[in-house]
Design a protein around this ligand. Structure first.
Ligand SMILES: *Cc1c(COP(=O)(O)O)cnc(C)c1O
Length: 488
């Protein structure tokens, strides 16, 4: 069994094994003609169920053959131009190369003595990101597993920083005084975080959005006012820079003003919109982000990085101390005096992947402009797609895109019952998924079912968009035809 350990004597096996895996994926990419096969849970589950994990095959080629059956053949392929559903990007090759290197070397970024150069590379990428944001000379941050963790950590810091504003923790109910403000279309991780942080069930105040799905700052001002008047503490405002559903960007400068006025922590959730940090022409859409106290970025959404790659950034490095604990066996306090950089002092995780290497390889090979160019392309595509939808009488489209998302609904002239339209749109989404011809997402707008394209693939064309719209219309019409038959 020792021949399976990656070391000096097994370099050849390593090379052969990994190459064989790479060949399989490369062949897959070359021949995939749809984003999905349409396999059902019922068809796939038994194939996985019948594999006896206590009966190993011992042979890499045989295992890869098996993997073809249970995974590769029926996986969802984000690189396909008709994958239009969620915030999953096609990945860039330098990042995948980084992934291969980082898992083979297997550095752990919690301490210097488990990573060395990896720690410095991560720190440099944090500084680079902060410079792009404009957070100032005292800024810092750390890579995380994703936007949800970044939001959680940011809100932890906000909670601890809000402490001087409330009476202290002696009266167990003090956490109940804290309020977090986020728009009604903010990410659910804000609410999850509030729960994990021990805030009360009604701690997250939902601020209504305007017609463009941007937080209404008049309503925010009103709620902040009321919070203070009622003796509560405005712990944080979460501004979303790129909502998951619409790509809409909250008015950051106005929100920054209000946060300054009320002494409230400003968190910008730019999990999606962070791609604008490299944009060559749309960077101004997130102006105001530089005024944040903390920022969430998901490189695995709009920097074309493989999952996971995310970071939380803070204006004031010293606030990260709220996540610092020392252990003799890992990061004793004296190491701080010795100026040994232990990233675990800033992180919620302990053992942690060297995800930063993927972004490093990407910046070194393609440059930031390379990422920005790709992201600009998908934003342009969304703009064109919006025009197509706006001109198509079969569809109702909401919100001109600020990023790369289109939300729309099939509305046949002959059908006036909105519930029937809901069912037709839901049916179309399911039918397309089952066909595997495309993958589209869905959401609700004002209580009605809508469909959604999240465009993150520069290879997707306007023709793909029109073709998928025709597919949707076809399925919806089929449903409506059948339901007419049922009714008569
Ligand atoms: C995706 C997303 C998140 C969560 O990020 P994960 O990486 O999926 O954990 C948070 N906020 C917004 C706005 C997002 O779009």
């Amino acid at each position: 069994m020792r021949s399976h350990l990656l070391n000096d004597t097994t370099a050849d096996r390593y090379r052969r094994s990994v190459t064989e895996g790479v060949e399989r994926v490369a062949a897959k990419l070359a021949t995939t003609d749809r984003p999905f096969t349409g396999v059902t849970v019922d068809a796939l589950a038994p194939r996985i169920e019948q594999i006896d994990l206590d009966q190993p095959l011992h042979d890499t080629t045989a295992v890869l053959d098996e993997l073809e059956e249970v995974y590769l053949r029926d996986a969802i392929y984000f690189h396909h131009p008709r994958y239009l559903a969620h915030l999953n990007c096609p990945v860039v090759i330098p990042a995948v190369l980084g992934e291969a290197v980082l898992s083979a070397v297997n550095s752990s970024l919690d301490t210097w003595d488990q990573s060395a150069g990896g720690t410095l590379i991560e720190r440099k990428l944090i500084d680079w990101t902060n410079e792009r944001i404009g957070l100032g000379p005292a800024a810092d941050g750390v890579f995380t597993s994703g936007g949800s963790q970044s939001n959680l950590q940011a809100l932890l810091l906000a909670r601890e920083e809000a402490k001087p504003g409330w009476a202290g923790r002696e009266n167990g109910d003090d956490l109940a005084k804290l309020r977090v403000f986020a728009s009604e279309v903010s990410h659910f991780s804000v609410k999850k975080s509030a729960k994990l942080l021990g805030l009360s069930a009604d701690s997250v105040v939902s601020i209504p959005v305007d017609h463009d799905k941007r937080m209404q700052t008049v309503a925010l001002a009103h709620e902040l006012d009321r919070c203070k008047r009622d003796g509560f503490v405005p712990m944080a405002v979460v501004a979303t820079a790129g909502t998951t559903d619409f790509g809409s960007i909250d008015p950051l400068p106005e929100i920054a003003e209000l946060c300054a006025q009320f002494g409230t922590w400003m968190h910008v959730d730019a999990a999606y919109g962070c791609g604008l940090l490299t944009s060559l022409k749309n960077r101004d859409r997130i102006d105001g982000i530089e005024r944040a106290d903390s920022v969430t970025v998901d490189y695995h959404k709009s920097f074309f990085q493989p999952v996971s790659s995310s970071a939380v950034l803070v204006r004031d490095a010293s606030t990260l101390r709220h996540a610092t604990y020392h252990a003799e066996y890992l990061n004793p306090r004296r190491m701080v005096q010795e100026r040994i950089p232990n990233q675990v002092d800033k992180s919620l995780q302990t053992t942690r992947r060297f995800d930063a290497l993927k972004l490093w390889m990407t910046l070194r090979v393609m440059g930031a402009d390379g990422i920005g160019e790709l992201f600009d392309e998908v934003c342009d595509l969304a703009e064109q797609g919006w025009k197509v939808l706006a001109a198509d009488p079969r569809y109702d489209v909401v919100v001109q895109p600020s990023l790369s998302t289109l939300v729309f609904r099939y509305i046949p002239a002959a059908v006036t019952d909105p519930s029937e339209m809901d069912r037709a749109n839901l049916y179309a989404r399911k039918a397309i998924f089952a066909s595997g011809d495309a993958v589209v997402a869905g959401t609700k707008v004002d209580g009605r079912h809508y469909l959604k394209f999240t465009l993150l693939n520069p290879e997707t064309t306007v023709d793909d968009i029109t073709a998928v719209l025709d597919l949707i219309a076809g399925h919806a019409e089929q449903y409506l035809g059948e339901s007419l038959d049922r009714a008569s």
